[in-house]
Design a protein around this ligand. Structure first.
Ligand code: HEM
Length: 509
């Protein structure tokens, strides 16, 4: 009798494995053996915290299409960018994204970043688009300036004067949080003033991404762990609080703004920050932009705009310090620009956004750092529309999860050259015409299409200003130049063991 049960069990297992293997005809695409049968393969791969290395290796071994799970394909051909992420393509974000959705009283709060309902997303994006336009940057630049000046002064006081080593990634993370706080509410959280993780916000965000990256590979696990019905009920009844520390800060700022006396409101008429822009959007469209949506927008600025910016800044500094010839060339460009009056010689070292845009080698260094180390470290997953689609000449059935990873695209030798694994900013200055167009078209650090990063302009302004301003004020050295940094891929790829020392420069010289 037992043998029959055993045989039936074996038969059931064989049937299940075969159904996974032949799922939607994806057996024709190569990939790791176990990925044919279960998403557990990608769950454990992501849990190993270096999936981007695996993805690059797999594409180099198997070619442009790799099967990463029974229902998941990764594409390495830049043509896939337009085909998957292009306008009017009807792809939706996969269930990877709602795992990052915050909860309020037991209800998930879809944000611009995590929403999978494209109609809802389009309405929300339309309502707030104006706040992120290139022209709105003039309102935010003074807010960024103030934060950069505090950051430079605190770097001098806390680290340079005392010759104290600095965990540079963490310090840049504090900067990124404070600058986004400033742009959103005209108020810093206080990270750089206090040199501490205010309300444990950084630690909490780290935990969320550590959780969301692997769980997002098998999103149903989220309803077992974080968004499980018992915790949701407890939260609805007020017996359990799973809201984020950054949401408390946002709520307080919003209340201050709404309850401000009329005189203060009038005085603030010309002071534009993101919150004032979101409140304006609410005035124009009160039915859609209710208080909850304004709050979600404000909170998601910290989620989407802090770690990504800190990572990108850290990689510019790291690659420059590790490549002293590039650093020298950049410093020469900066010196010359100050001598020629292209950059004003301000005592604080501050460089303006318009000045920074006139520095071609700086531009090349930043682009090259984005290429070598894009912040997002996983494929940006989308679901093929029900009718199916053609991607890179292959007919892909509806419902399959597809995506491109910036890490894979940015290391294509036929686009960026045989030395694609090396940091070499000059490639951006040497290339022209079709070649440059192709290189630019393959860059994917901000995603693409209707879900491309809405904060791109803001983050570019922060990076193009801080890098030259910092390098005018300080010499930066690695505490342990013989060591490489360590990377930790929890959806965004953070840098660890990046310890630096700073010495003050004589700006007027
Ligand atoms: C260098 C810094 C940044 C990088 C590398 C970056 C990267 C990205 C990427 C790759 C996406 C697309 C995600 C996807 O398709 O799955 C995205 C979306 C988004 N980013 Fe950024 N980001 C940065 C800075 C910012 C900043 C400063 C903000 C806010 C001020 C921001 C807000 C957002 C939002 C709200 C979305 C969702 C847009 C939508 O779906 O409509 N990001 N970002």
């Amino acid at each position: 009798m037992h043998q029959i049960y055993f045989l039936l069990g074996l038969l059931g297992l064989a049937f299940f494995l075969a159904s996974r293997y032949f799922h939607r005809g994806l057996q024709n695409y190569p990939g790791p053996f176990w990925a044919n049968f279960s998403d557990l393969w990608r769950f454990f791969n992501v849990l190993g915290r270096r999936p981007e290395v695996t993805h690059i290796r797999l594409h180099r071994k198997y070619g442009d299409i790799v099967r990463l799970g029974p229902n998941t394909l990764s594409f390495a051909d830049p043509k896939a960018i337009k085909e998957i992420y292009g306008i009017k393509k009807d792809y939706v974000k996969s269930e990877f994204y709602p795992v990052q959705m915050s909860m309020s009283k037991g209800e998930p709060l879809p944000s611009l970043f995590s929403a999978t309902d494209e109609r809802f997303h389009a309405s929300l994006r339309r309502s707030v688009n104006n706040a992120f336009s290139m022209t709105s940057l003039v309102y935010y630049e003074p807010l960024v300036n103030e934060t950069i000046e505090v950051f430079l002064n605190q770097t001098e006081r806390i680290f340079a004067e005392k010759n104290r080593p600095c965990d540079f990634y963490r310090w840049l993370q504090f900067f990124a949080f404070d600058v986004i706080g400033m742009i959103t509410y005209s108020k810093r959280h206080g990270f750089i003033e206090k040199n501490e993780d205010i309300d444990g916000i950084v630690a909490q965000l780290g935990k969320i991404f550590n959780y969301a990256a692997p769980v997002g590979q098998m999103p149903w696990l989220d309803s077992v762990f974080w968004k499980n019905p018992i915790l949701s009920l407890l939260s609805k009844w007020g017996l359990w609080d799973n809201s984020f520390a950054v949401a408390h800060f946002a709520r307080a700022r919003m209340q201050e703004r709404i309850n401000a006396p009329e005189t203060e409101k009038l005085a603030n008429v010309n002071k534009e920050d993101l919150l004032s822009m979101f409140l304006k959007a609410q005035k124009n469209n009160p039915d859609f932009m209710d208080d909850k949506r304004v709050l979600t927008m404000a909170v998601s600025m910290a989620f989407a705009g802090s770690e990504t910016t800190a990572i990108s800044l850290a990689s510019v500094f790291y690659y420059l310090i590790k490549n002293d010839k590039c650093l020298e060339t950049l410093l020469d460009e900066l010196r010359e620009a100050v001598d020629n009056g292209v950059v004003e010689n301000r005592p604080s070292g501050l460089v303006s956004w318009s000045e920074a845009q006139k520095l071609p080698y700086l531009d090349a260094c930043i682009k090259e750092a984005f290429r070598m180390h894009p912040a997002a470290g996983l494929p940006l997953e989308r679901v093929v529309p029900p009718q199916g689609a053609t991607i890179c000449g292959e007919a892909i059935p509806g419902g399959v999860i597809v995506g491109c990873s910036a890490w894979v695209l940015h290391r294509r030798p036929e686009i960026f050259g045989a030395d694609a694994d090396v940091f070499r900013p000059e490639r951006w200055l040497e290339a022209d015409g079709e070649k440059l167009k192709m290189m630019n078209g393959t860059m994917f650090q901000f995603g693409a299409g209707p879900r491309t990063c809405i904060g791109k302009n803001i983050s570019l302004m922060e990076i193009y200003k801080l890098v030259p301003s910092f390098l005018r004020r300080f010499e930066v050295h690695l505490s342990h130049p013989e060591n490489e940094w360590k990377l930790h891929n929890a959806w965004f790829i953070k840098q660890c063991d990046f310890e630096t020392k700073f010495s003050v420069k004589n700006i007027q010289a």
